[in-house]
Design a protein around this ligand. Structure first.
Ligand code: HEM
Ligand SMILES: [Cu+2]
Length: 569
């Protein structure tokens, strides 16, 4: 696509008089301005950069785990280092990579997509970012004394001082507290911004689907974070102030910790994957050149997933002593989540059906998401069936399942978003060639790494063990999985190179390179400090398409009589 065609400025549209820019703040320069910024776009960028930094750290931890497991009876790492690695990896990927990545995308895009000039509480917004950084600093500070070894769930009594005397667990508790408070503040900011700052005409039935998913996870965060914060605070008082909440020898109950953790933990997996769902709902209609199929059904299914998803937490505890009716309730509830999820998958497929598909990189990652997430969803039904889960609980089958959902699903979805919105963030396009190489390496890497892990789990390999005997082909399965993880890492590296190169030398993007549907494409790339010169009135779920049509109509009106179609009128 020729540069001049993409970069052409959008002709002015009759502004909505009451919303014309009055106070255009100058763009601040220098690193101090980034430290003190309250601009949602800058805070968004800082979230994206910092969370990607943690992603690289979490990825290296995963590769070290895979190297240790590449061979039976391996002695590359000590048991303590191995335990610390999977604890750091799991906690990093969840609390320091994927949650802040979604917060970064939400921060940058929500005000632009709803036609606002910033978030409702800019200073609180900055605070939530720095709390995330503080949480990550305290957590990785534990490497200076002794990192936690209790897994990303840090179950009691394993995490009580009797079994974990060093302060690693306390660093994990403060990770949850600090990033948790940051996320809770961010959630309130998203809810108030979306409720109060939408462009004229943007009713709830015209809210972009990505914004619906971000709003939904904000509500899930507001409901579930206080519960896990309570759970880890009780652990802190058990560890340092002589209480016995989780100590069975003093009337406490370790099962209580699991309930408090997973009441947050299961909604947490939706907090991680729903933003990716929202990205897919934005990307598919643009590259299929068709409106999304069933806008209302997709928006409603997001809310249904969040509601039902808040009532199934104990499917993580099928191996604990529970009465049958409790097991049945949580099994059937888990099955039920598949219905609204299925609605989304069908509607995405019908959006593509008979579309004029453009195989650009964002669409490829969206397609990779669809096939991989589907696989993760199907094995989710297996482990949601408690008699089956009694066999598979804490085996590599479970590790395979949640990585299909989080890496094959959420991560692929986020990469679709990065390739889709990079032009808006930077004013430059990412290279399609490098993008396609990265996509195929990542897709092949994911399937080689995690598919064979199902077989390792079915052959009896537990998770969280640093060595295993070479029986039941376990060494072959693990070697294949390790090779896959390096292919995946290479694919991710290609995207990082693509980003670095395109920041300097990428094709200039212009305001609306994809001919997309939502309002963020109505302003320059990157947007000015105040986001919009004018905020247009929204007339449908595809305001940008309406604006382009309006522009075409106006330019046709301006054409001198006798030119083109009019001649024969
Ligand atoms: C990018 C490629 C990734 C690879 C190769 C990878 C690999 C691994 C491995 C080998 C384990 C240890 C399993 C065990 O032996 O018990 C693990 C655990 C885990 N991973 Fe990943 N992972 C990746 C990405 C992610 C992402 C993106 C997330 C989440 C957002 C994630 C979340 C977790 C969690 C929660 C655990 C459990 C940790 C624990 O047992 O406490 N991983 N991963
Ligand atoms: Cu769950």
């Amino acid at each position: 696509m020729a540069t001049e065609q993409i970069a052409a400025p959008l002709p002015r549209i009759a502004p909505v008089p009451e919303i014309v820019a009055h106070d255009v703040r100058p763009e601040q320069r220098g690193w101090i301005s980034w430290l003190t910024t309250t601009d949602h776009k800058r805070i968004g960028i800082m979230y994206l950069v910092a969370s990607f930094g943690f992603f690289i750290v979490g990825g290296i931890e995963a590769l070290l785990i895979r190297l240790q497991l590449a061979q039976a009876d391996n002695t590359l790492l000590s048991p303590q280092v191995f335990n610390a690695l999977f604890t750091m990896h799991g906690s990093t990927m969840v609390f320091l990579f994927m949650m802040p990545l979604a917060a970064g995308l939400g921060n940058y895009l929500i005000p632009l997509m709803i036609g606002a000039r910033d978030m409702a509480f800019p200073r609180l917004n900055a605070l939530s970012f720095w709390l995330f950084i503080a949480g990550g600093t305290v957590f990785y500070g534990s490497l200076l004394f002794s990192p936690p070894e209790c897994g990303w769930t840090c179950y009691a009594p394993m995490s009580e001082t009797a079994f974990s005397p060093t302060n690693g667990v306390d660093a994990w508790i403060f990770l949850i507290h600090l990033t948790g408070i940051g996320s809770a503040i961010g959630a309130i900011n998203f809810i108030v911004t979306v409720a109060n700052m939408r462009a004229p005409g943007m009713g709830w039935g015209r809210l972009p689907l990505f914004v619906w998913t971000m709003l939904t996870i904000a509500v899930l965060l507001a409901i579930s974070l206080p519960v896990v914060a309570t759970g880890v605070t009780l652990l802190l008082t058990d560890r340092h102030f002589g209480t016995h909440f989780y100590d069975p020898s003093n009337g406490g109950s370790p099962i209580l910790f699991q309930h408090l953790f997973w009441f947050f933990g299961h909604p947490e997996v939706y907090i991680l994957v729903l933003p990716a769902f929202g990205i897919i709902s934005e990307v598919l209609p643009v590259f299929a050149r068709k409106p999304i199929f069933g806008y209302k059904a997709i928006a409603a299914s997001t809310l249904a997933i969040a509601f039902i998803g808040s009532l199934v937490w104990a499917h993580h505890m099928f191996a604990t002593p529970s009465p049958y009716f409790v097991l049945m309730f949580f099994m059937l509830g888990s099955y039920l989540v598949a219905v609204p999820t299925g609605v989304k998958i069908f509607n995405w497929v019908f959006t593509l059906w008979r579309g004029s598909i453009e195989f650009r990189v964002p669409l490829l990652f969206a397609a990779g998401f669809l096939v991989s997430f589907l696989n993760g969803g199907i094995t989710g039904i297996f482990v949601a069936t408690f008699p089956v889960d009694w066999q598979l609980h804490d085996t590599y089958f479970v590790v395979a399942h949640f990585h299909y959902v989080l890496v094959g699903g959420a991560l692929m979805g986020f990469f679709a978003g990065i390739y889709y919105w990079f032009p808006k963030f930077t004013g430059r396009m990412l290279s399609e060639g490098l993008g396609k190489i990265s996509f195929w390496l990542m897709l092949v890497g994911i399937w080689v790494t995690f598919l064979i892990q199902h077989s390792a789990g079915l052959s009896g390999m537990p998770r969280r063990i640093y060595e295993y005997p070479d029986i039941n082909n376990l060494e072959l399965y693990n070697l294949i999985s390790t090779i896959g993880s390096f292919i995946l890492a290479l694919g991710i590296l290609v995207t990082i190179v693509n980003i670095m190169r395109s920041l300097r030398a990428g094709t200039v993007a212009g305001p609306d390179p994809w001919k997309a549907n939502t309002l963020e494409w109505f302003t320059q790339s990157p947007p000015p400090v105040n986001n919009f010169d004018v905020i247009p009135r929204v007339r449908s779920v595809e305001p940008m398409k309406d604006i382009r049509r309006e522009i075409e109509r106006q330019s046709r009106e301006r054409e001198p009589v006798g030119v083109g179609a009019r001649a024969d009128a």
